[in-house]
Design a binder for this molecule. Sequence first.
Ligand code: PGA
Length: 255
Amino acid sequence: MKKSVRKAVIAGNWKMNKTPSEASELIKQIAEKAEGKNGCEVVLCVPFVDLCAASDAAKGTNVKIGAQNVHFEEKGAFTGEISVSMLKEVGAEYVIIGHSERRQYFGESNETVNKRVKAALAGGLKVILCVGETLDEREKGITGETVSVQTKIALLDVDSEALKNVIIAYEPVWAIGTGKTATADQAQEVCAKIREVLADKYGNDAAEATTIQYGGSMNAANAAELLAKVDIDGGLIGGASLKSEDFGVIIDAAQ
Ligand code: PGA
Protein backbone atom coordinates (compact mmCIF):
# COMPACT_ATOMS: atom_id res chain seq x y z
CA MET A 1 0.00 0.00 0.00
CA LYS A 2 1.25 3.46 -0.81
CA LYS A 3 1.34 6.44 1.51
CA SER A 4 -1.29 8.09 -0.67
CA VAL A 5 -3.75 5.36 0.20
CA ARG A 6 -3.44 5.94 3.94
CA LYS A 7 -5.71 8.45 5.56
CA ALA A 8 -3.87 11.72 6.28
CA VAL A 9 -4.99 13.10 9.61
CA ILE A 10 -4.24 16.63 10.78
CA ALA A 11 -5.15 16.89 14.45
CA GLY A 12 -4.99 19.86 16.77
CA ASN A 13 -4.19 19.38 20.43
CA TRP A 14 -5.46 22.47 22.15
CA LYS A 15 -4.12 21.36 25.56
CA MET A 16 -5.48 23.62 28.36
CA ASN A 17 -6.49 26.48 26.08
CA LYS A 18 -9.82 28.08 25.09
CA THR A 19 -13.09 28.37 26.98
CA PRO A 20 -16.26 26.92 25.39
CA SER A 21 -17.21 30.23 23.73
CA GLU A 22 -13.66 30.77 22.47
CA ALA A 23 -13.62 27.19 21.19
CA SER A 24 -16.82 27.72 19.14
CA GLU A 25 -15.34 30.82 17.56
CA LEU A 26 -12.02 29.17 16.64
CA ILE A 27 -13.72 26.04 15.30
CA LYS A 28 -15.82 28.16 12.97
CA GLN A 29 -12.65 29.79 11.64
CA ILE A 30 -10.84 26.47 11.24
CA ALA A 31 -13.90 24.86 9.61
CA GLU A 32 -13.75 27.54 6.92
CA LYS A 33 -10.14 26.63 6.22
CA ALA A 34 -11.01 22.92 6.17
CA GLU A 35 -13.97 23.27 3.83
CA GLY A 36 -13.60 21.15 0.72
CA LYS A 37 -10.17 19.90 1.81
CA ASN A 38 -11.00 16.25 1.46
CA GLY A 39 -7.39 15.10 1.21
CA CYS A 40 -7.14 14.81 4.97
CA GLU A 41 -9.23 14.35 8.06
CA VAL A 42 -9.22 17.37 10.37
CA VAL A 43 -9.59 16.70 14.10
CA LEU A 44 -9.58 19.13 17.01
CA CYS A 45 -8.90 17.71 20.48
CA VAL A 46 -10.29 20.21 22.94
CA PRO A 47 -10.57 20.48 26.75
CA PHE A 48 -13.34 18.33 28.25
CA VAL A 49 -15.60 21.28 29.11
CA ASP A 50 -15.40 22.54 25.52
CA LEU A 51 -16.66 19.30 23.98
CA CYS A 52 -20.37 20.20 23.82
CA ALA A 53 -19.77 23.61 22.30
CA ALA A 54 -17.10 22.20 19.99
CA SER A 55 -19.37 19.43 18.69
CA ASP A 56 -22.12 21.96 18.01
CA ALA A 57 -19.73 24.30 16.20
CA ALA A 58 -18.35 21.43 14.12
CA LYS A 59 -21.73 20.08 13.03
CA GLY A 60 -22.09 20.03 9.26
CA THR A 61 -18.39 20.85 8.73
CA ASN A 62 -15.31 18.81 7.85
CA VAL A 63 -13.98 19.04 11.40
CA LYS A 64 -14.12 16.12 13.83
CA ILE A 65 -13.89 16.56 17.57
CA GLY A 66 -11.76 14.70 20.10
CA ALA A 67 -10.76 14.75 23.76
CA GLN A 68 -7.26 14.76 25.26
CA ASN A 69 -7.56 11.88 27.71
CA VAL A 70 -10.04 9.28 28.96
CA HIS A 71 -10.28 7.00 31.97
CA PHE A 72 -10.32 3.23 31.54
CA GLU A 73 -13.13 2.43 33.96
CA GLU A 74 -16.75 2.78 32.86
CA LYS A 75 -17.84 4.63 35.98
CA GLY A 76 -17.31 4.84 39.70
CA ALA A 77 -15.25 6.51 42.38
CA PHE A 78 -12.60 8.19 40.24
CA THR A 79 -12.83 11.83 41.19
CA GLY A 80 -11.97 14.17 38.37
CA GLU A 81 -11.96 11.50 35.65
CA ILE A 82 -14.06 11.17 32.49
CA SER A 83 -15.32 7.94 30.89
CA VAL A 84 -15.59 6.81 27.28
CA SER A 85 -19.39 6.94 27.29
CA MET A 86 -19.32 10.49 28.67
CA LEU A 87 -17.05 11.56 25.81
CA LYS A 88 -19.18 9.86 23.20
CA GLU A 89 -22.36 11.45 24.42
CA VAL A 90 -20.93 14.94 23.96
CA GLY A 91 -19.78 14.21 20.42
CA ALA A 92 -16.13 13.18 20.76
CA GLU A 93 -15.02 10.77 18.02
CA TYR A 94 -11.33 10.78 18.87
CA VAL A 95 -9.22 10.75 22.01
CA ILE A 96 -5.52 11.45 22.51
CA ILE A 97 -3.94 8.87 24.81
CA GLY A 98 -0.47 8.85 26.34
CA HIS A 99 0.56 12.40 25.51
CA SER A 100 3.99 13.12 26.98
CA GLU A 101 2.56 15.85 29.19
CA ARG A 102 0.29 13.22 30.78
CA ARG A 103 3.28 10.92 31.16
CA GLN A 104 5.52 13.68 32.61
CA TYR A 105 3.13 15.55 34.90
CA PHE A 106 0.30 13.15 35.69
CA GLY A 107 1.94 9.79 36.29
CA GLU A 108 0.80 8.16 33.05
CA SER A 109 2.69 4.91 32.43
CA ASN A 110 2.82 2.53 29.47
CA GLU A 111 0.51 0.24 31.42
CA THR A 112 -2.17 2.86 32.09
CA VAL A 113 -1.86 3.99 28.46
CA ASN A 114 -2.64 0.41 27.41
CA LYS A 115 -5.71 0.30 29.68
CA ARG A 116 -7.00 3.59 28.29
CA VAL A 117 -6.38 2.51 24.69
CA LYS A 118 -8.31 -0.73 25.20
CA ALA A 119 -11.22 1.00 26.94
CA ALA A 120 -11.45 3.73 24.29
CA LEU A 121 -11.40 1.24 21.40
CA ALA A 122 -13.90 -1.07 23.07
CA GLY A 123 -16.22 1.91 23.52
CA GLY A 124 -15.96 3.00 19.90
CA LEU A 125 -13.59 5.97 20.11
CA LYS A 126 -10.73 6.45 17.68
CA VAL A 127 -7.40 6.69 19.45
CA ILE A 128 -4.45 8.99 18.79
CA LEU A 129 -1.72 7.15 20.69
CA CYS A 130 1.33 9.29 21.50
CA VAL A 131 4.85 7.90 21.78
CA GLY A 132 8.21 9.62 21.80
CA GLU A 133 11.62 9.82 23.39
CA THR A 134 13.02 12.42 25.80
CA LEU A 135 16.18 14.35 24.94
CA ASP A 136 18.09 12.13 27.39
CA GLU A 137 16.86 8.97 25.64
CA ARG A 138 17.80 10.40 22.23
CA GLU A 139 21.28 11.32 23.45
CA LYS A 140 21.74 7.83 24.89
CA GLY A 141 20.90 6.37 21.47
CA ILE A 142 17.77 4.55 22.65
CA THR A 143 15.11 6.40 20.64
CA GLY A 144 14.13 3.31 18.64
CA GLU A 145 13.98 1.12 21.73
CA THR A 146 11.93 3.70 23.64
CA VAL A 147 9.24 4.16 21.00
CA SER A 148 9.15 0.40 20.35
CA VAL A 149 8.48 -0.39 24.00
CA GLN A 150 5.89 2.39 24.28
CA THR A 151 4.11 1.20 21.13
CA LYS A 152 4.22 -2.49 22.04
CA ILE A 153 2.92 -2.03 25.59
CA ALA A 154 0.24 0.46 24.54
CA LEU A 155 -1.06 -2.06 22.01
CA LEU A 156 -0.99 -5.19 24.20
CA ASP A 157 -4.23 -7.12 23.61
CA VAL A 158 -5.27 -4.81 20.77
CA ASP A 159 -6.09 -6.93 17.72
CA SER A 160 -5.68 -5.98 14.07
CA GLU A 161 -9.36 -5.13 13.70
CA ALA A 162 -9.13 -2.67 16.60
CA LEU A 163 -5.85 -1.29 15.21
CA LYS A 164 -7.86 0.19 12.32
CA ASN A 165 -9.11 2.78 14.81
CA VAL A 166 -5.64 3.68 16.08
CA ILE A 167 -3.46 6.52 14.84
CA ILE A 168 0.05 6.68 16.22
CA ALA A 169 1.57 10.10 16.88
CA TYR A 170 5.34 10.19 17.10
CA GLU A 171 6.16 13.16 19.31
CA PRO A 172 9.75 13.59 20.45
CA VAL A 173 9.37 15.12 23.91
CA TRP A 174 12.22 17.57 23.27
CA ALA A 175 10.36 19.02 20.29
CA ILE A 176 7.02 19.68 22.00
CA GLY A 177 6.30 23.34 22.58
CA THR A 178 9.99 24.17 22.28
CA GLY A 179 10.10 25.46 18.73
CA LYS A 180 12.71 22.75 18.10
CA THR A 181 11.31 20.47 15.41
CA ALA A 182 12.81 17.11 14.59
CA THR A 183 14.28 17.31 11.12
CA ALA A 184 12.15 15.65 8.49
CA ASP A 185 14.75 12.87 8.25
CA GLN A 186 14.81 12.30 12.03
CA ALA A 187 11.00 12.18 12.13
CA GLN A 188 10.83 9.86 9.13
CA GLU A 189 13.37 7.47 10.67
CA VAL A 190 11.35 7.02 13.86
CA CYS A 191 7.98 6.84 12.08
CA ALA A 192 9.43 4.07 9.89
CA LYS A 193 10.62 2.29 13.04
CA ILE A 194 7.12 2.46 14.50
CA ARG A 195 5.72 1.00 11.27
CA GLU A 196 8.25 -1.83 11.58
CA VAL A 197 7.04 -2.57 15.12
CA LEU A 198 3.46 -2.67 13.80
CA ALA A 199 4.49 -4.95 10.91
CA ASP A 200 6.14 -7.40 13.34
CA LYS A 201 2.98 -7.65 15.37
CA TYR A 202 0.18 -7.23 12.82
CA GLY A 203 1.80 -7.98 9.46
CA ASN A 204 2.77 -5.66 6.63
CA ASP A 205 -0.70 -4.86 5.34
CA ALA A 206 -1.98 -3.66 8.71
CA ALA A 207 1.21 -1.68 9.32
CA GLU A 208 0.98 -0.05 5.89
CA ALA A 209 -2.64 0.89 6.51
CA THR A 210 -1.97 2.63 9.83
CA THR A 211 -1.77 6.42 9.95
CA ILE A 212 1.37 7.67 11.71
CA GLN A 213 1.60 11.35 12.59
CA TYR A 214 4.49 13.53 13.57
CA GLY A 215 4.06 16.05 16.38
CA GLY A 216 6.36 18.56 18.05
CA SER A 217 6.53 22.19 16.92
CA MET A 218 4.94 21.36 13.57
CA ASN A 219 3.93 24.67 12.03
CA ALA A 220 2.96 26.46 8.84
CA ALA A 221 6.59 26.72 7.76
CA ASN A 222 7.78 23.15 8.28
CA ALA A 223 4.61 21.05 7.75
CA ALA A 224 5.03 20.47 4.02
CA GLU A 225 8.54 19.06 4.35
CA LEU A 226 7.56 16.75 7.22
CA LEU A 227 4.36 15.58 5.52
CA ALA A 228 6.24 14.79 2.32
CA LYS A 229 8.09 11.95 4.06
CA VAL A 230 6.94 8.50 3.13
CA ASP A 231 6.02 7.33 6.64
CA ILE A 232 4.59 10.62 7.97
CA ASP A 233 0.86 10.62 7.31
CA GLY A 234 -0.26 13.60 9.29
CA GLY A 235 0.43 15.81 12.25
CA LEU A 236 -0.54 16.32 15.87
CA ILE A 237 -0.26 20.03 16.34
CA GLY A 238 -0.28 22.01 19.57
CA GLY A 239 0.60 25.71 19.39
CA ALA A 240 -0.11 26.15 15.68
CA SER A 241 -3.58 24.59 16.00
CA LEU A 242 -4.67 27.61 18.07
CA LYS A 243 -4.17 29.92 15.08
CA SER A 244 -6.62 29.33 12.26
CA GLU A 245 -4.31 30.85 9.63
CA ASP A 246 -1.38 28.61 10.53
CA PHE A 247 -3.54 25.53 10.98
CA GLY A 248 -5.13 26.24 7.59
CA VAL A 249 -1.69 26.21 5.96
CA ILE A 250 -0.92 22.84 7.58
CA ILE A 251 -4.27 21.44 6.34
CA ASP A 252 -3.36 22.65 2.84
CA ALA A 253 0.06 21.01 3.08
CA ALA A 254 -1.62 17.68 3.76
CA GLN A 255 -3.82 17.78 0.63
P1 PGA B 1 3.43 21.68 19.81
O1 PGA B 1 2.66 20.50 20.61
O2 PGA B 1 2.96 21.61 18.39
O3 PGA B 1 3.00 22.93 20.51
O4 PGA B 1 4.89 21.39 19.94
C1 PGA B 1 2.45 19.26 20.00
C2 PGA B 1 1.77 18.33 20.98
O5 PGA B 1 2.09 18.39 22.17
O6 PGA B 1 0.91 17.52 20.59
